[in-house]
Design a protein around this ligand. Structure first.
Ligand code: SF4
Length: 375
């Protein structure tokens, strides 16, 4: 298939892998400890396990699976908030499919639907707006979720609702931003990250410049990476070459998709509709300053948080659930006591088992269990 097969060429992959192995041998610190390279994006986590790339990398590289799966970092309390809105009379609650099964403290949205709430899966916020047009006597709420990748489509939908004068559509905004989160990871004392594979889709919107502080201040390399096997391997080679050469640069491997300056139209729509929150709570990472957005006062009439007077609930994860440790790379998924038994994709207990981009789900689906370490 044109534009796909080229990025899955096994001969080429072998050549890039040979170079990665050779470069890593030239890095003296790897004799003491493996390099810790974080793939920020859940899409990369999925590709790494789907194509077995971690197995092919040198033992001296350890992948740390980052927080870039928006469903996985959704705290339980926010799911409870969604259920509380969905339970209001005359509400149609709309959401992307992945979020349906994320457990809340009492139930998921899917269970709320079984209990009689009107919860509908949509593929885009525009689908939700269409439901609002067709159901003028219902209040249609869209669960806005995701990083800068999905933020523009939510913003554009809200602007469209505004233009059409639609009054029965609102947004429960849980959009999050990637830059403060990477900063929180770099500031975290229990995490040592030597370099990053930067998120491809987010970067398509925000461009390359917002990552500059990672190189200039924290002296870590970051390479914005595509999602095919050769994209990931080439990006890894670019990261380890920088480490070997004592460099810390932001590079863009995914140039065929990511413009250096990002997408100005998308950024303009986002800036028009959203403003930063002072802080936002993440599953496993706690509260991170300026890591989420809310709807500006100007568009308050579309804000489900205000319309339904949602007071963000703080709910602790179940005691045995170790999503936080996995998210921070302190534990591998199979080291969680619940992995594969009580927690599996059919009956997820933690959010990392729900989305296909979650590390636990990826490990479970593609059989990536390090038996040597597990026994
Ligand atoms: S196995 Fe389940 S509970 Fe344990 S870390 Fe993974 S998702 Fe969380």
């Amino acid at each position: 298939m044109k534009f796909v097969d080229e990025f899955r060429d096994p001969q080429m992959a072998r050549r890039v892998l040979e170079r990665i192995h050779a470069v890593v041998e030239e890095i003296p610190t790897t004799a003491q400890r493996p390099l810790q390279i974080m793939e920020v994006c859940g899409g990369h986590t999925h590709s790494i396990f789907r194509y077995g790339l971690e197995e092919l990398l040198p033992d001296k590289i350890e992948m740390v699976h980052g927080p870039g799966c928006p469903v996985c970092v959704l705290p339980m309390g926010r799911v409870d908030d969604c259920v509380a809105i969905a339970e209001q009379p005359d509400v149609i609650f709309t959401t992307f499919g992945d979020a349906m099964r994320v457990p809340g403290s009492k139930k998921s949205l899917q269970q709320a639907n079984s209990d009689g709430c009107d919860v509908r899966m949509v593929y885009s916020p525009m689908d939700a707006l269409d439901i609002a047009r067709r159901n003028p006597h219902k209040n249609v709420v869209f669960f806005g979720l995701g990083f800068e990748t999905t933020m523009p489509s939510t913003a554009l939908t809200l602007l469209q609702a505004d233009r059409e004068g639609i009054t029965n559509f609102s947004l429960f905004c849980n959009h999050i931003t990637i830059i403060p989160t990477i900063k929180a990871i770099l500031d975290s004392p229990d995490m040592v990250i030597d370099g990053f594979l930067g998120p491809g889709h987010v970067s398509m919107v925000i461009g390359k410049a917002p990552y500059d502080f990672i190189a200039s201040h924290y002296k870590r390399p970051l390479v914005i990476a595509g999602f095919e096997p050769l994209d990931i391997l080439q990006s890894m080679l670019m990261v380890v070459e920088q480490i070997r050469d004592g460099k810390a640069l932001v590079e863009n491997q995914y140039k065929r998709i990511v413009p250096e300056q990002g997408n100005n139209n998308a950024l303009k729509a986002v800036g028009e509709v959203f403003e930063l929150r002072e802080f936002f709570e993440w599953r496993g990472l706690g509260s991170i300053d300026h890591s989420g957005v809310r709807i500006r006062e100007k568009y308050a009439r579309f804000d489900a948080e205000r319309l339904f007077a949602v007071e963000p609930a703080h709910v602790a994860d179940p005691k045995a659930c170790q999503c936080g440790e996995v998210l921070k790379g302190v534990l591998k998924p199979w080291e969680c006591k619940l992995f594969g038994e009580q927690c599996n994709p059919e009956t997820p207990i933690g959010a990392l088992m729900v989305s296909t981009e979650g590390a636990c789900s990826a490990y479970y689906s593609y059989g990536k269990i390090d038996v040597k370490q597990a026994v």
